[in-house]
Design a protein around this ligand. Structure first.
Ligand code: ME8
Length: 649
């Protein structure tokens, strides 16, 4: 049983039918923030994430690509794991539902539920949405056919199935919601769940016979044509990851402190999951926290619209910690959020650059000018007790806000001490204090600012784990349980030290760093067009007339200057002579295969009449022709040297 010194934190396990996007990153980053805070505050923490790999949807996605489900699952699961590793996500375990241990644990759970009479065999007649992996009663369907969640057509299913007696748990579930007002966060979501359960629960079909990419039933049941319903399989990951049904050593982390999820899967977590746990005789999770939905520039993200945000591109361009801060600060937990580069840039320039970064610069400047970099907070309480009190009043509110999932309020409250600091400098003016010979007071003011920066960087660390240690290093301390205890719990001040100068942490961003996509189509067009658009993609290359081809101006060019685009892993910045007055600037995504030196003084083929585009802040006035396959990318070049500007065609 989990003691209060343990914290088990989970994300959903993500389907392997698609690669990670901003929504997945959002959930994972919130969970990472909580896990980091837990560890820093001395809790024994276990943070779980992973992938959900069974079910009809994955089987079909694999088939469409000519792969076996296992091959396909291996591939996509690795892309999630790699992304989280690149993002430094501090998970303790990455579970896959195709792991042997997990499957054994699920079979064990099925057996326990079967043996205690909660599972029976019958025939399922109804509608199934493969995309949502959900059964729907006829009355919930739109126009008698379409899924009420995603709008796709449902399939009529009539097959033998095992059922879980969900209806039996209706009253116990309602009692649980009632007795634990914070079991579902935000609280408004709890009311939705209660209304749904009060409406009556039907027993749940938990096996399928029409496909076989899933966990088989326990051998004792001797019914090999059934596989388990993917949601039963998936939800069980939260306990099989701790060894349920196999090696139960880690089960003392149970129950979970929090299951973090998106609002789309609340019903599964707040109704089915607690009912399964009741049937298994296990404790229920402390919190199920459902966040809202991310859209882009006000539009729903979808592959057919081409407006899905790749979290890695954003993090590479703007900095991972800045991206983390933005996502957590921008939307109230539970509400929907809109991603736009403008909003991100505003947060970086204003909150991070002006309020935090500048404060550190001011401290570096003041302490350097008046005290050779020394800071000493011994006299701070003597002169600035009121400011210290204000700061402590804000800091005290933080921990509860975090575990109530009020993360945006946590960050808002964390910014108050920064305002206190910036105001104190403006009000007491260290330069005036020095002129008036009040050096002790000026030093105490520096001590106040350093103390505030130290405390803020400790509490901001879980959100910005790369940047905050740099602030701490400049202030001469390390962020860990000891400093958290001293600066936050014991409310102490920072000790005397010499400040280390560091370069500005949040350089101002003047314009979007990622290329803006073509304007999103209107909602009306999107509604009419998506199916057609996908078809087109699958048909392969469209045929065009020669006149259309000649609308493209292709020319031979010579690279006269080549350099790397700062902070970009992919881009080179080239000046290409096309026989025009001055060379063209071209930003090319070829750095993984060619260095700047490789490109210098070589000839390339250029699409010369493309509309200019901005990439990482640089204008690109053309595109290079290249060929890419699984072995990598190679440039297309003229066989013999040609004069710059020679037309191709
Ligand atoms: O549902 N905005 O997996 P999934 C915010 N395998 N969050 C988003 C989002 C968006 N636009 N899109 C996705 C599954 N998410 C099941 C879970 S758990 C036992 C099984 C996030 O790959 C959000 O957390 O469809 C959502 O709950 C999750 O991704 C769904 O991921």
């Amino acid at each position: 049983m989990s003691s209060c010194h343990k914290a088990y934190i989970t994300t959903p396990i993500y389907y392997v039918n698609d690669i990670a996007h901003i929504g997945h990153a959002y959930t994972t980053i919130i969970a990472d923030t909580l896990a980091r805070y837990s560890r820093m505050s001395g809790l024994d923490t276990f943070f779980l994430t992973g992938t959900d790999e069974h079910g009809q949807k994955i089987e079909e996605s694999a088939k469409a690509r000519g792969k076996s489900p296992q091959e396909y699952a291996d591939e996509i699961s690795a892309t999630f794991k790699n992304l989280w590793d690149e993002f430094g996500i501090s998970y303790d375990k990455f579970i896959r539902t195709t792991d042997e241990d997990h499957m054994k644990g699920v079979q064990k759970a099925f057996k326990v539920m079967y043996d205690n009479g909660d599972i029976y065999k019958d025939v399922y007649k109804g509608h199934y949405c493969i995309s949502c992996e959900t059964f729907f009663p006829e009355i919930q369907l739109v126009d008698g056919e379409f899924c009420p969640e995603c709008g796709k057509p449902t399939t009529v299913v009539e097959e033998e199935s095992y059922f879980f007696k969900l209806s039996k748990y209706q009253d116990r579930l309602l009692e649980w919601y009632d007795a634990h007002p914070e079991c579902i966060l935000p609280r408004s979501k709890r009311n939705e769940v209660i209304r749904f359960v009060e409406g009556g629960l039907e027993d749940l079909s938990i096996t399928r016979t029409s496909f076989d990419w899933g966990v088989k039933l326990p051998e004792e049941l001797n019914d090999p044509k059934h596989v388990m319903y993917v949601w039963l399989d998936a939800l069980m990951n939260y306990v099989t990851a701790l060894g349920y049904g196999t090696d139960e050593a880690k089960m003392d982390f149970w129950p979970a402190r929090v299951h973090l999820i998106g609002k789309d899967i609340l019903r599964f977590h707040a109704i089915y999951w607690p009912a399964f746990l009741m049937s298994l005789g296990l404790e229920l999770p402390k919190h199920i926290a459902a966040h809202g939905w991310w859209t882009r520039d006000g539009e729903k993200m979808s592959k057919s619209k081409g407006n899905v945000i790749n979290p890695k591109e954003v993090a590479d361009a703007y900095g991972l910690d800045n991206f983390r801060y933005f996502m957590l600060r921008e939307v109230p937990f539970g509400g929907d959020g809109d991603f736009s580069q403008k909003a991100l840039i505003d947060r970086i320039n204003s909150d991070l650059g002006n309020d935090l970064g500048n404060l550190l610069n001011r401290l570096i400047g003041m302490s350097g000018k008046y005290f050779e970099g020394r800071v000493d907070a011994s006299d701070t309480p003597k002169y600035y007790q009121q400011e210290l009190d204000e700061v402590e009043a804000s800091l005290e509110k933080l921990e509860p806000l975090l575990f109530e999932m009020q993360i945006h309020r946590y960050l808002e409250e964390l910014w108050r001490p920064l305002t206190v600091a910036n105001k104190a400098i403006d009000r007491y003016q260290p330069w005036t204090l020095m002129k008036e010979g009040k050096a002790e007071e000026a030093m105490a003011l520096n001590g106040l600012i350093a103390t505030i920066l130290a405390k803020v960087s400790v509490m901001l660390y879980p959100v910005m784990p790369q940047v905050c240690p740099k602030i701490a290093a400049a202030l001469g301390f390390t962020i860990d349980n000891e400093s958290w205890q001293k600066l936050i719990k014991d409310k102490k001040l920072i000790e005397a030290f010499t400040i280390e100068k560091i370069p500005p942490l949040f350089p101002r961003i003047e314009e979007p760093l990622l290329e803006q996509e073509k304007p999103a189509e209107t909602k009306e067009e999107a509604k009419k067009a998506p199916a057609k658009k996908e078809e087109k993609k699958d048909e392969g290359v469209a045929l065009i007339g020669i006149d259309q081809f000649f609308q493209t101006s292709l020319k031979v060019g010579t690279v006269v200057k080549a350099e790397e685009v700062p902070k970009s892993k992919k881009l080179l910045l080239l000046q290409v002579d096309l026989g025009e007055e001055k060379p063209r600037q071209i930003v090319a995504g070829i750095k993984e295969w060619y260095s700047a030196d490789d490109m210098l003084n070589t000839q390339v083929c250029v699409v010369a009449n493309l509309k200019p585009a901005k990439l990482m802040g640089y204008t690109s006035e053309g595109m290079l022709l290249a060929a890419k396959d699984e072995d990598g990318l190679c440039m297309i070049r003229p066989e013999k040297p040609k004069k710059p500007g020679t037309p191709i065609g």
